[in-house]
Design a protein around this ligand. Structure first.
Ligand code: TYC
Length: 112
């Protein structure tokens, strides 16, 4: 926290010092974050989705299974929150991996 000195009166010869100390709040800049979303479909095998969550999102088997079931039941779930660059990389990795295995799994990102 910076301190800024403000002179209340700067007229010469006007008695005592009337300066006060006020605090400034420098704006802390945070980069925007992006949610990575996994979408449900009727064809991608559950085991494949669990594997994707373990492989690209560092989840253990139990966490991955739980999130996969959430997507299956609710239609989608946030699987992670990242910087723009990392989120883009995750989406590309998942989409490439799904396509290579001929599954229609969809992964997208959205600003938080
Ligand atoms: N609904 C798929 C099935 O019944 C499983 C599934 C879960 C697919 C999550 C995609 O993101 C997904 N085989």
């Amino acid at each position: 926290m910076k301190h800024q000195f403000v002179m209340m009166s700067d007229k010469p010869g006007e008695g005592e010092d009337t300066s006060v100390v006020v605090k400034t709040r420098p704006k802390t800049q945070r980069p925007p974050l992006y949610k990575v979303l996994l979408l449900n479909d009727d064809y991608t095998p559950m085991e494949f989705v669990v594997h994707v969550l373990e492989r690209f999102f560092g989840m253990n088997h139990a966490q991955a299974f739980e999130i996969m079931l959430t997507v299956h039941k609710k239609g989608l779930a946030v699987v992670g929150v990242f910087s723009h660059e990392i989120a883009e990389t995750k989406v590309t990795q998942v989409m490439d991996f799904a396509q290579r295995h001929q599954h229609p799994l969809q992964c997208t990102m959205e600003r938080e």
